[in-house]
Design a protein around this ligand. Structure first.
Ligand code: 6GU
Length: 231
Protein backbone atom coordinates (compact mmCIF):
# COMPACT_ATOMS: atom_id res chain seq x y z
CA UNK A 1 0.00 0.00 0.00
CA UNK A 2 1.13 3.53 -0.84
CA UNK A 3 0.24 6.36 1.56
CA UNK A 4 0.89 10.09 1.11
CA UNK A 5 0.09 12.61 3.82
CA UNK A 6 0.05 16.36 3.17
CA UNK A 7 0.27 18.73 6.16
CA UNK A 8 1.72 22.06 7.23
CA UNK A 9 3.13 20.21 10.28
CA UNK A 10 4.86 17.18 8.75
CA UNK A 11 6.79 16.61 12.02
CA UNK A 12 3.48 15.79 13.66
CA UNK A 13 3.42 12.60 11.57
CA UNK A 14 6.82 11.41 12.78
CA UNK A 15 5.33 8.67 15.02
CA UNK A 16 4.32 6.84 11.83
CA UNK A 17 7.97 6.36 10.84
CA UNK A 18 8.95 5.35 14.32
CA UNK A 19 6.32 2.90 15.43
CA UNK A 20 4.02 0.75 13.38
CA UNK A 21 5.45 1.45 9.93
CA UNK A 22 8.71 -0.33 10.69
CA UNK A 23 7.37 -3.73 9.68
CA UNK A 24 4.24 -2.77 7.76
CA UNK A 25 4.03 -3.18 3.96
CA UNK A 26 3.43 0.56 3.49
CA UNK A 27 5.35 3.06 1.35
CA UNK A 28 4.76 6.25 3.33
CA UNK A 29 5.60 9.81 2.24
CA UNK A 30 4.83 12.87 4.35
CA UNK A 31 4.72 16.17 2.43
CA UNK A 32 4.88 19.78 3.63
CA UNK A 33 2.01 21.71 2.03
CA UNK A 34 4.18 24.85 1.99
CA UNK A 35 6.31 23.20 -0.72
CA UNK A 36 3.48 24.20 -3.06
CA UNK A 37 3.36 27.90 -2.10
CA UNK A 38 5.26 30.52 -4.11
CA UNK A 39 5.00 33.75 -2.07
CA UNK A 40 7.76 34.80 0.31
CA UNK A 41 5.58 34.12 3.39
CA UNK A 42 4.55 30.67 2.07
CA UNK A 43 0.92 31.55 2.80
CA UNK A 44 -1.60 28.72 3.07
CA UNK A 45 -4.60 30.49 4.63
CA UNK A 46 -6.85 33.52 4.29
CA UNK A 47 -9.97 35.03 5.88
CA UNK A 48 -13.32 33.29 5.29
CA UNK A 49 -15.75 34.63 2.68
CA UNK A 50 -18.95 35.65 4.44
CA UNK A 51 -17.05 36.55 7.61
CA UNK A 52 -16.67 34.61 10.80
CA UNK A 53 -13.83 33.55 13.06
CA UNK A 54 -10.50 32.02 12.11
CA UNK A 55 -8.83 31.34 8.80
CA UNK A 56 -9.52 28.98 5.89
CA UNK A 57 -6.90 27.09 3.88
CA UNK A 58 -6.57 28.55 0.37
CA UNK A 59 -7.31 26.24 -2.57
CA UNK A 60 -4.22 26.99 -4.74
CA UNK A 61 -1.51 25.22 -2.67
CA UNK A 62 -3.86 22.28 -2.13
CA UNK A 63 -4.55 22.09 -5.88
CA UNK A 64 -0.86 21.98 -6.76
CA UNK A 65 -0.10 19.51 -3.95
CA UNK A 66 -2.91 17.13 -4.88
CA UNK A 67 -2.20 17.35 -8.64
CA UNK A 68 1.34 16.28 -7.80
CA UNK A 69 0.59 13.55 -5.23
CA UNK A 70 -2.66 11.88 -6.36
CA UNK A 71 -2.45 8.86 -8.68
CA UNK A 72 -5.32 7.84 -11.01
CA UNK A 73 -6.95 5.36 -8.61
CA UNK A 74 -6.00 7.06 -5.32
CA UNK A 75 -8.49 7.50 -2.48
CA UNK A 76 -8.38 11.03 -0.99
CA UNK A 77 -9.35 11.43 2.67
CA UNK A 78 -9.76 14.71 4.52
CA UNK A 79 -9.99 14.46 8.32
CA UNK A 80 -12.67 16.82 9.61
CA UNK A 81 -14.99 16.97 12.63
CA UNK A 82 -17.73 17.52 10.01
CA UNK A 83 -16.90 14.25 8.21
CA UNK A 84 -18.67 10.89 8.17
CA UNK A 85 -17.74 8.71 11.17
CA UNK A 86 -14.55 6.65 10.74
CA UNK A 87 -15.45 3.06 11.66
CA UNK A 88 -13.82 -0.37 11.76
CA UNK A 89 -15.79 -1.19 8.62
CA UNK A 90 -14.23 1.82 6.89
CA UNK A 91 -10.78 0.78 8.13
CA UNK A 92 -11.29 -2.66 6.51
CA UNK A 93 -12.37 -1.04 3.22
CA UNK A 94 -9.41 1.37 3.21
CA UNK A 95 -7.00 -1.49 3.97
CA UNK A 96 -7.92 -2.86 0.51
CA UNK A 97 -6.89 0.35 -1.31
CA UNK A 98 -3.73 0.61 -3.40
CA UNK A 99 -3.06 4.29 -2.68
CA UNK A 100 -4.36 6.49 0.15
CA UNK A 101 -3.80 10.26 0.29
CA UNK A 102 -4.59 12.21 3.48
CA UNK A 103 -4.98 15.99 3.26
CA UNK A 104 -4.63 17.47 6.76
CA UNK A 105 -6.47 20.73 7.29
CA UNK A 106 -5.78 23.23 10.05
CA UNK A 107 -7.57 26.37 11.22
CA UNK A 108 -11.26 26.34 10.22
CA UNK A 109 -10.61 23.85 7.42
CA UNK A 110 -9.82 23.63 3.70
CA UNK A 111 -11.74 25.66 1.07
CA UNK A 112 -14.71 23.39 0.22
CA UNK A 113 -14.02 23.64 -3.53
CA UNK A 114 -10.91 21.50 -3.02
CA UNK A 115 -13.00 18.75 -1.38
CA UNK A 116 -15.46 18.84 -4.27
CA UNK A 117 -12.89 19.14 -7.09
CA UNK A 118 -11.07 15.98 -5.98
CA UNK A 119 -14.17 14.14 -4.72
CA UNK A 120 -12.50 13.77 -1.32
CA UNK A 121 -14.07 11.81 1.54
CA UNK A 122 -14.30 13.83 4.76
CA UNK A 123 -13.95 11.58 7.81
CA UNK A 124 -14.35 12.27 11.54
CA UNK A 125 -13.07 10.34 14.53
CA UNK A 126 -15.90 11.38 16.81
CA UNK A 127 -17.91 14.20 18.27
CA UNK A 128 -15.14 16.48 19.50
CA UNK A 129 -12.82 18.98 17.80
CA UNK A 130 -9.05 18.64 17.30
CA UNK A 131 -6.67 21.42 16.21
CA UNK A 132 -6.13 19.70 12.88
CA UNK A 133 -6.19 16.45 10.95
CA UNK A 134 -2.69 15.22 11.81
CA UNK A 135 -3.52 13.28 14.98
CA UNK A 136 -6.65 11.94 13.29
CA UNK A 137 -4.44 10.54 10.50
CA UNK A 138 -2.21 8.83 13.08
CA UNK A 139 -5.30 7.16 14.51
CA UNK A 140 -6.73 6.14 11.14
CA UNK A 141 -3.38 4.83 9.89
CA UNK A 142 -2.99 2.67 12.98
CA UNK A 143 -6.49 1.25 12.49
CA UNK A 144 -5.86 0.55 8.78
CA UNK A 145 -2.28 -0.73 8.89
CA UNK A 146 -2.92 -3.36 11.56
CA UNK A 147 -5.44 -4.94 9.17
CA UNK A 148 -2.89 -5.39 6.37
CA UNK A 149 -1.78 -8.98 5.73
CA UNK A 150 1.21 -10.00 7.84
CA UNK A 151 1.13 -7.05 10.26
CA UNK A 152 -0.54 -8.72 13.25
CA UNK A 153 1.24 -11.78 14.61
CA UNK A 154 -1.96 -13.61 15.41
CA UNK A 155 -4.51 -13.02 12.65
CA UNK A 156 -7.26 -14.77 14.63
CA UNK A 157 -7.15 -11.94 17.18
CA UNK A 158 -8.77 -9.78 14.49
CA UNK A 159 -11.82 -11.99 14.73
CA UNK A 160 -13.14 -11.39 18.25
CA UNK A 161 -11.91 -7.87 18.90
CA UNK A 162 -14.24 -4.97 19.64
CA UNK A 163 -16.51 -4.09 16.72
CA UNK A 164 -15.64 -7.20 14.71
CA UNK A 165 -19.17 -8.53 15.28
CA UNK A 166 -20.79 -5.30 16.36
CA UNK A 167 -20.11 -6.01 20.04
CA UNK A 168 -17.47 -4.73 22.45
CA UNK A 169 -14.70 -7.12 23.45
CA UNK A 170 -14.97 -9.42 26.42
CA UNK A 171 -12.82 -8.71 29.54
CA UNK A 172 -9.50 -10.57 29.64
CA UNK A 173 -7.39 -12.02 32.49
CA UNK A 174 -3.98 -13.61 32.98
CA UNK A 175 -1.97 -15.04 35.87
CA UNK A 176 -1.96 -14.90 38.83
CA UNK A 177 -5.42 -16.36 39.49
CA UNK A 178 -5.72 -14.21 42.59
CA UNK A 179 -4.39 -10.65 42.73
CA UNK A 180 -4.99 -8.36 45.74
CA UNK A 181 -8.00 -10.50 46.60
CA UNK A 182 -9.51 -10.03 43.13
CA UNK A 183 -10.13 -13.46 41.59
CA UNK A 184 -10.18 -14.47 37.94
CA UNK A 185 -13.75 -15.64 37.14
CA UNK A 186 -13.91 -19.36 37.95
CA UNK A 187 -15.47 -20.28 34.59
CA UNK A 188 -12.27 -19.22 32.78
CA UNK A 189 -10.30 -21.72 34.87
CA UNK A 190 -12.86 -24.52 34.54
CA UNK A 191 -11.42 -25.99 31.34
CA UNK A 192 -14.96 -26.21 29.88
CA UNK A 193 -14.54 -24.54 26.47
CA UNK A 194 -18.28 -24.42 25.82
CA UNK A 195 -18.94 -22.64 29.10
CA UNK A 196 -16.03 -20.26 28.50
CA UNK A 197 -17.40 -19.31 25.06
CA UNK A 198 -20.89 -18.81 26.51
CA UNK A 199 -19.55 -16.63 29.36
CA UNK A 200 -17.47 -14.50 27.00
CA UNK A 201 -20.41 -13.94 24.68
CA UNK A 202 -22.61 -12.91 27.64
CA UNK A 203 -19.95 -10.52 28.96
CA UNK A 204 -19.62 -8.91 25.52
CA UNK A 205 -23.41 -8.50 25.34
CA UNK A 206 -23.69 -7.09 28.87
CA UNK A 207 -20.83 -4.66 28.29
CA UNK A 208 -22.22 -3.51 24.98
CA UNK A 209 -25.67 -3.00 26.52
CA UNK A 210 -24.21 -0.94 29.38
CA UNK A 211 -21.71 1.15 27.43
CA UNK A 212 -22.91 1.22 23.83
CA UNK A 213 -26.67 0.71 23.63
CA UNK A 214 -26.45 2.23 20.12
CA UNK A 215 -24.34 -0.72 18.95
CA UNK A 216 -26.70 -3.22 20.54
CA UNK A 217 -29.71 -1.60 18.87
CA UNK A 218 -27.93 -1.80 15.50
CA UNK A 219 -27.20 -5.55 15.80
CA UNK A 220 -28.82 -7.79 13.25
CA UNK A 221 -31.24 -9.88 15.39
CA UNK A 222 -30.25 -12.89 13.25
CA UNK A 223 -26.78 -12.77 14.87
CA UNK A 224 -28.33 -13.30 18.32
CA UNK A 225 -29.03 -16.87 19.40
CA UNK A 226 -31.68 -18.12 21.79
CA UNK A 227 -29.11 -18.93 24.45
CA UNK A 228 -27.92 -15.31 24.56
CA UNK A 229 -28.47 -13.55 27.84
CA UNK A 230 -31.74 -11.54 27.92
CA UNK A 231 -30.91 -7.83 27.93
CL1 6GU B 1 -10.85 13.79 11.71
N1 6GU B 1 -10.31 16.26 12.51
C1 6GU B 1 -10.44 17.27 13.37
N2 6GU B 1 -9.80 18.42 13.12
N3 6GU B 1 -11.15 17.20 14.49
C2 6GU B 1 -11.77 16.05 14.70
C3 6GU B 1 -11.69 14.96 13.86
C4 6GU B 1 -10.94 15.10 12.74
N4 6GU B 1 -12.42 13.96 14.36
C5 6GU B 1 -12.93 14.41 15.47
N5 6GU B 1 -12.54 15.67 15.70
Amino acid sequence: MRVDIISIFPDYLAPLDLSLMGKAPVALTVHDLRTWTSDVHRTVDDTPYGGGPGMVMRPEPWGLALDSVLSPGARLLVPSPAGAPFTQKMAHALAEEEHLVFACGRYEGIDQRVIEHYAATEVSLGDYVLFGGEVAVLVMMEAIVRLLPGVLGNASSLDDESHAHGLLETPVYTKPASWREHEVPAVLRSGDHGKVARWRRDQALLRTAARRPDLLAALDPATLDKRDIAL
